[in-house]
Every structure is written in C-alpha cells, then in structure tokens.
Design a protein around this ligand. Sequence first.
Ligand code: NAD
Length: 421
Amino acid sequence: MAQVGVNPYEMALEQLKTVAKRMKLDPNLHEVLKHPMRSLEVYLPVRMDNGTIKVFTGYRVQHSMARGPAKGGVRFHQNVTLDEVKALSMWMTWKCAVVGIPYGGAKGGVIVNPKDLTDSELERLARRYFSEISIIIGEQKDIPAPDVNTNAQTMAWFMDTYSMGKGYAVPAIVTGKPVDLGGSEGREKATSRGISFCVREAAKVLHFDLHGATVAIQGFGNVGGNSAPLLAEMGCKIVAVSDVSGGIHDPKGFDVPKLMAYVKQSGGVKGFPGSKDISNAQLLELKVDVLVPAALEGVITKENAPKIDCKILAEGANGPTTPEADEILLKKGVFVIPDVLCNAGGVTASYFEWVQGLQSFFWTEAEVNEKLNEIMTKAFHQVHDIWLRETKVSPLTMRQAAYMLAVQRVADAVRKRGIFP
Ligand code: NAD
C-alpha cells in the first residue's frame, strides 16, 4: 500500500524517466509509455447482511497491451488509490517484459478493509466488482489474479461471475484459481521458487558457494515461508526469519522442516525452541550472505541502507527498497536482485496457468517447475548481461538494467505496431 507522502505513480514515472534518459529512448515512445492505456473507475453497490446498501469504489487500470493481454492482480485494501493502481499496472508491464512472457500490465483495486465485511458481503462485493469491470476484461484482453487480501476463493468467485454471463466455464479469465477449478500445479510456490533460482544464479556470477551460505528472511507468508525450505534445499543455512509479530535468530541455522511445522501449528515464528528473539529492524541489519525481504514495501530506506550487511539482496516483496537506499546499496557493493525480476516467478506461473486453461491441457508440477527454471534463469542472465555492459560506461543498479531490458521490449512493440490510426 502506498506510504504516506509517497505518490507511487510519481515514483513509477521517475523510474521510467531515469531509464529512458540512459537508454536514449525516443521521446515519443516515452510519452506513450508514461500513460496507462485505460483507467476504469467503478462504484459498487453492495447489500450488507443487515439489509443496508453500501457503495464501494474500485478501479481497473490497463497500462499496456502492446506485447499481449494485460495481466495483474486485484487488491482489496482501505488505502487503495487510483495513482497506486496506475503505478502497479505500469510495474506489471515491466515485470512481464523482463521475463519475456507475452503480456502487458494491469492492476485492480477496491477501497475496502475486507476485515470489516462478512464472508457473504465480501463475496457480493467481489462479484459486483468483477461484473462491473468485465466490460474491459477478457481471456484475450486482461487476465486478473490475486493480490493483497484476495486469494484463490476470490478468483473462483470472479471466474464464476464471468462464466455465468457467458453461459459456459471460462477458466482462463483469471489466474491463481484453486487447482480443481483449473489452477496450476506449482503456482503456490512459484514466486519463492523463482527467488531461489535468482539467488542460485547470483551466487554463480558472484563466485560464492551457497553451501552453508547464511540467509535472513523478512516475512513468513506465501513468499517468505516458501522461500525458506527452497533455499535450505540448495544448501543455505536459514539463520533468521520474521513475521508481523517479530523475528527469531539462530546463528547455527534452523531445522527448517521443524520450523515449518512449528509455524503451521502456532501461527507465527515467535517462540521457536532454541531461537533468540530479534526485531524486524534487527533482522534486516544482520550480517548474512543473502537477505530476502518478503513482507512489505519501503523497508530498506536511506536510514538503514548503510547498515545492510549482505552480499545478495533478493527482493521477494514488491518495492522493499526505496530509490535513495538503492543508491547507497550500489555504493556499498550489495548485489540487489530487483523485484521485477526476483519475484516474477509468480506471474510466470500465472502465465502457465492461463496457457493450460486456454488449452484445457494440464501440466505436472515437475513440468511447471522446469519451465519456470528456464524462464527465470534466462531473464536473470539477460538482465545481468545488460548490467555488465552498462556498468563499464557508468555505475547502475540491477534494477535499472532490468528496466532497460523491459522498457526496450515494450517500446519496440509499440514502435513496430505503430500508433493507431
Ligand atoms: P502474505 O500475506 O502471505 O505474507 C506476508 C508476511 O509478511 C506474513 O508473514 C506477515 O506476518 C508478514 N508481515 C506483515 N506485516 C509485517 C511487518 N510490518 N513486518 C514484518 N513482517 C510483516 O503475503 P505474500 O503473498 O507472501 O507477499 C509478500 C510480498 O511479496 C508482498 O510485497 C507481495 O506484493 C509480494 N509478492 C507476492 C507474490 C505472490 O505470489 N504471493 C508475487 C510477487 C510479489
């Protein structure tokens, strides 16, 4: 969610401007890419359980369809703004382009705190929202997915709402569905698996062995919680983890299967036998080989960046590092794997889910993981090659290298298609 005082859309425009300047992007193409294609604002009357009607506001923004249908999640949150959704839709365009999947970018949001609604009120809100935005979505136009406070159940309601209007099941209209409704095997762990592939490749280019490498992970939800066992399988020692209630530390490394079982039973990481309590702030400043922020945006700032003490910073969360912190980390020599690359395993598996839905032909988890490995490894090296080439000219972050790759791909598509009419 947008932090107070930060307009995410202005931040997204600033990032684009910096990269456009470095790439000497045609100003006409820059002008096109600055604007979303389409922003839809909808007002959603919902009958509450007590019989009253409340009207909620929602958005769907399609930033680009130059490379294919627009793709991006829907979040339900009380702080959603149109500018936030516009920024997120632009970031989706870059993320899909970095990994080379044939999608543009979109994002949706509804201004609501879902905790204030009962399950049936939430279902009516979700269905009304999807019905209202269905004038601009379609399995060849725009394919929504889960984001903050939406999940596989929300996607099942979305899919059902759309299918009722059509008169037949349209599984490819959303991704992140339950597996028995056409969801993909491997989707749940795909973001974390993608992170582990990026960390593996980063360790190769930095010439260090991941065997025994120490790892700290902030956030123990879908992304952080699934990253721990995958990094441990590659030989890493998970020495610190945290969630919203705080963190735990054990320099010897946790027994990860026991930790996972403990979290499942207790609901959090705190109190794991043999561990020492630390704060979320302390976790970020531990001396480790790999740091994985996998909770919130804006946690690595100009204040704590000088104290970050890791070789690889693998951004599981979206936007965990502020632009000022990026500059500091660059000078310190921390190797940052930017979010648009590092956590793109999620949207890549969503792409697999969409392809499987369109074909009604489903893959095994092993097939999904193998294809994910191919795409993530290739994207990592394409970004890294740009970084190596450009760094000889003047220093840049891996994030800027990723943006250069993405913006070039989208700009090329716009240029080749031409401006209609
Ligand atoms: P989640 O809700 O499953 O987990 C979030 C975790 O962060 C929880 O453990 C929670 O306790 C912890 N947390 C919340 N507030 C915190 C705080 N103030 N300090 C420390 N920890 C806190 O969410 P997720 O799906 O794992 O997403 C995490 C991040 O990854 C988000 O930025 C999200 O946008 C990004 N992301 C997720 C996916 C995906 O496939 N789930 C894909 C790409 C990016």
